[in-house]
Design a protein around this ligand. Structure first.
Ligand SMILES: NC(=O)c1ccc[n+]([C@@H]2O[C@H](COP(=O)([O-])OP(=O)(O)OC[C@H]3O[C@@H](n4cnc5c(N)ncnc54)[C@H](O)[C@@H]3O)[C@@H](O)[C@H]2O)c1
Length: 271
């Protein structure tokens, strides 16, 4: 996809953060937008900010499989085609494996993994039918390396990466007209830490302050990097200098990155 003008773009989790910034950037590029979120107030604000474009909003909970499939049909019928799907909606959980409840584990997998998987599969026939489609799935740097107290988030984001990389190869081998990109943001200054679930023995305030300290990139900057990556058909879109650093660490050290993360965590997470 060399040009975004007049393309129909779907963005989940568009009511805040990266999803909102991507929606705004796509609006300026001439996209027609199908924006969704569970947070209807945030979603309405995003739609207002995107008013230079044709925008429709949908209340969608991405953990609801049947709702995603119904949404895909609705968007295709409302716009007549679908070119770009950005599976962005996500949540965070900070908790050790020992302390984590099954309910919290399921909550994050349902949104961060199954939301992406169903979002991809539900829209895929429409993207193929468009003759020029692109799936963009938002993973994380935590889809590249494992980190203490992020086991469930790690599991979801590694799963998104594996699923997405496999799909990209399938589309090429089958000569389908669908490009596929996996996005790995580093720390982006959004609301994610405020809406995160946190284990009973964690200090929520310290976690949020810690996140604010390390989140280096603004959502607008992240959106521009993601759109550039889409236009260049990158398989892996790294967002922010921290993401490039973590990716390099992983390539150079292999699994020997882990003692470095332990050292960082001893100072910052186990105090
Ligand atoms: N902010 C970061 O540092 C960072 C880093 C790496 C990856 N990410 C990923 O980026 C994506 C966007 O996160 P963000 O940082 O913009 O966070 P955010 O909290 O600002 O925005 C997330 C949006 O997703 C929506 N959402 C949550 N649960 C939903 C559900 N069940 N159905 C539909 N919408 C739902 C929220 O209402 C919110 O509007 C997530 O997948 C996140 O994991 C973020």
């Amino acid at each position: 996809m060399k040009d975004l003008n007049n393309r129909v773009a779907v963005v989940t989790g568009a009511g805040s953060g990266i999803g909102r910034a991507v929606a705004l950037a796509l609006a300026t590029k001439g996209c027609r937008l199908a924006l969704s979120d569970v947070n209807e107030v945030g979603l309405a604000e995003t739609a207002e900010q995107c008013s230079i474009a044709e925008v429709r909003t949908y209340r969608l909970d991405v953990s609801d499989r049947d709702a995603i499939y119904a949404h895909a049909e609705q968007v295709a019928s409302d716009f007549g085609q679908v070119n770009l799907v950005i599976n962005n909606a996500g949540v965070a959980l900070s908790c050790s494996v020992r302390e984590m409840t099954d309910e919290d584990f399921k909550w994050i997998m349902d949104i961060d993994f199954w939301g992406v998987a169903h979002g991809t599969r539900a829209f895929l026939p429409h993207l193929i039918a468009s003759g020029d489609g692109h799936v963009v799935n938002i993973s994380s740097v935590f889809g590249l390396i494992g980190v203490p107290k992020q086991s469930a988030y790690n599991a979801a984001k590694f799963a998104v990466r594996g699923f997405t990389e496999s799909l990209r190869q399938e589309m090429k081998l089958e000569k389908q007209p669908v490009a596929v990109s996996c996005v790995h943001p580093g720390g982006i200054r959004t609301n994610i830490a405020n809406s995160a679930r946190i284990g009973k023995s964690e200090n929520a305030d310290a976690q949020r302050k810690g996140f604010d300290k390390i989140a280096m990139t603004t959502p607008d900057k992240a959106a521009n990097i993601i759109i550039r990556g889409i236009l260049k058909n990158e398989s892996r879109i790294l967002v922010g200098p921290d993401a490039w650093g973590i990716d390099a660490l992983n390539r150079v050290l292999g699994s020997a990155y882990q003692p470095l993360v332990e050292r960082f965590s001893r100072k910052n997470l186990y105090i």
